[in-house]
Design a protein around this ligand. Structure first.
Ligand code: ADP
Length: 404
């Protein structure tokens, strides 16, 4: 079965075509700056990747280009749309309605729309992607895979905020979490790597990329996570502040004369590694600067690693211990120095990094010492595969139940 995985952002459309039986990536690409005059389309795998500048006025236009690129020209992956069996959509916010992936029907579309208030840019974009698919491929089954559904197992003591209860009742303000597909994938892979049932393990998963989040997975169940009502909460990130004293917000607004959208911009786009270093949100540039003696670049490194360290402590306390810590995404998979700083000094907790193994670069790997009580793993994330797998399973189940 070939599954088209779509990830629609407010001005982008990312896609992968995956054969689920062989786990083969048939094609991939991204349309960027959709809706502007400078839109572009990158399509193809590795050496065959081509980038073209092409006007795309909306997600419908982008979808048309994607389907053309998949079926026509030198870089095509399939001969016709008949070879796409199903479509999996990444949806950021599933609210309280969805604790798992679901087949998309009118009810699901209505709820994704209703939840757009909690994730305005993402849910609306996903709806545009869904509409475009309905238009070009009306008969294909579609599945919604929610970033938030993995965290529907959180107990109220973890998902409620200590603010007046009426805001929960009136506006459904609570922790929903994000990156759920990634955390679910690496937690499952960690158990498979160790050849132990996930139900026997206390796992802390760390997704450290441009966006960063951590999750406590206690015996296979997510019990806490660092992102909140929105992906702004929790760890320090590339351009996002993560958790800060909330009183800072009205203070800056008053003193700098900022509107709500301007302060949102400051916290989402100008903070984190970028805000502290003043150089970049990309850790590679910050690393070069810190090696050249830039104090703020070094401070950014120290704050980021300290932020991860503090969440490790929280989640060890929440679960009463930890067996496995898993790292993934751009920083977690690639930055040896950050991993060294995160685990420095944690030996008394039974967490011992192997400095030689920490230098290895590729694939799923163990980077703790043989004697470390806690296993540290690096597992490259694969959210698209997870979306494709959910899509396959749900479509398959649905077809089987229709035959019964
Ligand atoms: P996103 O959250 O946008 O999916 P990624 O998971 O791709 O982001 O992570 C992107 C970040 O990973 C980059 O901003 C960069 O800081 C970091 N990164 C990638 N490769 C390296 C590397 N070799 N060393 C340090 N940092 C890296």
């Amino acid at each position: 079965m070939n599954v088209l995985v779509l990830n629609a952002g407010s001005s982008s459309l990312k896609y992968q075509l995956i054969n689920i039986e062989t786990h083969a990536l048939l094609s991939k690409g991204i349309c960027e700056r959709v809706g502007s005059d400078e839109s572009s389309h990158k399509h193809g795998i590795d050496d065959n990747e081509v980038v073209i500048s092409i006007p795309m006025k909306d997600h419908n236009d982008a979808m048309r280009h994607v389907l053309e690129a998949l079926t026509e020209g030198e870089n095509k992956a399939i001969d016709s749309l008949d070879e796409i069996d199903a479509i999996g959509h990444r949806i950021v916010q599933g609210g309280k309605y969805f604790d798992r992936s679901v087949l998309i029907d009118d009810f699901v579309i209505e709820k994704i729309d209703e939840l757009a208030e909690l994730a305005p840019l993402h849910n609306k974009a996903a709806l545009m992607g869904i509409e475009a698919c309905k238009r070009f491929m009306p008969d294909k089954p579609m599945v919604a895979v929610f970033d938030s559904s993995y965290f529907q197992t959180l107990p109220p003591k973890a998902f409620m905020y200590p603010i007046p209860y009426e805001y929960y009742e009136k506006y459904a303000i609570r922790k929903y979490g994000a990156h759920g597909t990634s955390h679910r994938y690496i937690a499952e892979r960690a158990a498979a790597y160790l050849e132990e049932p996930i139900e026997d393990l206390k796992i802390i998963t760390c997704h450290l990329g441009n966006g960063c989040s951590m999750t406590a997975v206690d015996h296979g169940v997510a019990v806490d996570t660092s992102m909140g009502l929105t992906p702004l909460d929790g760890l320090m990130m590339g351009t996002r502040s993560g958790a800060i004293d909330p009183a800072i917000i009205p203070f800056i607004m008053e003193h700098e004369g900022l509107s709500t959208s301007e302060i949102n911009d400051v916290l989402n786009k100008k903070s984190g590694l970028l805000g502290i270093s003043g150089i970049s949100n990309d850790l590679r540039s910050i690393r070069s600067a810190s090696e050249e003696g830039d104090d703020r670049a070094q401070l950014a490194y120290e704050m980021y690693s300290n932020s991860v360290k503090k969440y490790l402590g929280q989640y060890i306390a929440v679960m009463g211990g930890v067996d496995v810590i898993v790292l993934t995404a751009g920083v977690g998979e690639n930055c040896e120095k950050m991993r060294r700083m995160i685990f420095a000094g944690l030996q008394p907790l039974g967490i011992v990094l192997d400095h030689e193994k920490n230098k290895e670069r590729k694939g799923e790997r163990e980077i703790s010492t043989k004697d470390s009580r806690v296993v540290i793993l690096v597992i490259p994330t694969d959210e698209e595969y997870m979306i494709a797998r959910d899509t396959f399973e749900i479509v398959h189940e649905n077809e089987s139940s229709e035959l019964d």
